[in-house]
Design a protein around this ligand. Structure first.
Ligand code: ATP
Ligand code: MG
Length: 361
């Protein structure tokens, strides 16, 4: 099989705070899983974050961007951009810079309960597909005239933008995903108040639905959706929504199904993808070896799933499945970090997952 010999080159950007703890953890687990699955990965370490300001003069050095352009995808640790010195502190943050540079228009955030972990809903298995380039967090630079401004010192104005093009491309990602899962898709909007913007979002999603007659579609206003999620998260499969609604809803969904420390995500274009945990850099626990690496590990697994689909390579899909099973089995058998009610350190948890994988599950 010629595919078995393909070597994928993936970037490793540790970032700030707990990044240097959870990123190496996810690479250790991924390396064990890839070996078990017969997938070949080259990891390419690249500078990013506060340390890159010191060494390269910028949180996202040009050298990093140029290298990423040649890679198949990358794993991004969290960043603590509020702690950067000016002008970096006021500039677009590192993940925003990378999303923009690589046009990573789809932010895919699953929320899945783990057997053995405490959660509001212990049977959620849903994915939020968030439009990543416009809506009410419009890209201030590419849509001139949108974004925030202050006509007087006492008045601040913010605008949103929804386009058919951006809505259609993210809707197709969501419908394709629904087709590979339980074939249910929920459109979230606020078309009774934000009639033109989120109304267009709903209309375009419903038009795309015509191409997916096998996927059942419903839609809710964002406020009603929060109620449905808390009451019956297990009923939802894929949820597609605009940027700000997706940001808020995915934190809610992540927390209902587990903890911030377990919520993974990827950001993708048609050509590349970036694994990124949903949580931040957690400076309050950085350096203590207590951070939960699960969100970072599962984000890395999602990157393998994405690569598997793009390159039609079953060894990568197997790598992702082995990582997910290693994490789930480790938690189910009673090993977890503090945020999940356990007592394992980051390195102890990582070693347990790696052992579960290498001992042949
Ligand atoms: P950001 O704006 O960067 O997203 P934030 O204000 O949302 O930051 P986080 O860094 O996500 O904050 O942290 C929120 C809380 O969750 C903190 O108390 C932090 O310690 C905790 N936390 C975040 N990630 C993890 C993790 N992987 N393991 C354990 N605790 C975490
Ligand atoms: Mg946050």
């Amino acid at each position: 099989d010629p595919q078995m010999s393909t070597t994928y080159r993936l970037g490793v950007l540790e970032g700030d705070g707990i990044g240097p703890e959870i990123v190496p953890s996810s690479i250790e687990v991924a390396t064990a899983a890839a070996q078990a699955a017969g997938a070949s990965i080259d990891w390419v370490a690249l500078p990013l974050g506060a340390s890159a300001i010191t060494t390269h003069g910028a949180p996202v050095p040009d050298e990093t961007k140029r290298a990423l352009e040649t890679l198949d995808g990358w794993v991004l640790g969290p960043h603590d951009s509020v702690s950067y010195p000016e002008p970096h502190k006021s500039a677009l943050n590192p993940s925003g810079t990378l999303r923009k540079h690589f046009q990573l228009f789809a932010n895919i955030r699953p929320a899945k309960s783990f057997p053995g972990a405490e959660a509001v809903c212990d049977s959620a298995d849903l994915v939020i597909v968030r439009e990543n380039t416009e809506g009410f967090y419009a890209d201030r630079n590419t849509h001139a005239g949108t974004g925030e401004f202050m006509p007087t010192p006492d008045t601040a104005i913010s605008m949103g933008i929804v386009t058919r093009h951006a809505t259609e491309r993210v809707a197709r990602v969501a419908f394709d995903l629904a087709r590979s899962r339980r074939k249910k898709l929920t459109i979230v909007h606020k078309a009774n108040v934000l009639k033109l913007t989120t109304g267009l979002f709903r209309t375009v999603c419903q038009e795309v639905a015509q191409d997916y007659p096998d996927v059942a579609v419903d839609d809710f206003h964002i406020d009603a959706m929060t109620v449905h999620l808390v009451r019956r998260a297990q009923d939802f499969d894929v949820i597609v929504t605009e940027n700000m609604f997706g940001d808020i809803l995915s934190d809610l969904a992540g927390e209902i199904s587990g903890s911030l420390g377990t919520a993974p995500s990827i950001n993708s274009s048609a050509d590349t993808a970036m694994a990124q945990a949903s949580h931040g850099s957690a400076p309050d626990i950085a350096g203590h070896n207590t951070a939960n690496p699960v969100a970072m590990i599962l984000s890395t697994a999602m990157l393998f799933e994405w690569l598997a689909a793009r390159h039609d390579d079953p060894a990568l899909a197997t790598t992702a499945k082995i990582m997910e099973k290693g994490v789930a089995d480790t938690i189910a058998t009673g090993t977890s970090t503090r945020d999940l009610g356990g007592s394992a350190s980051t390195t102890e948890f990582t070693a347990a997952v790696t052992k579960a994988i290498t001992s042949g599950i």
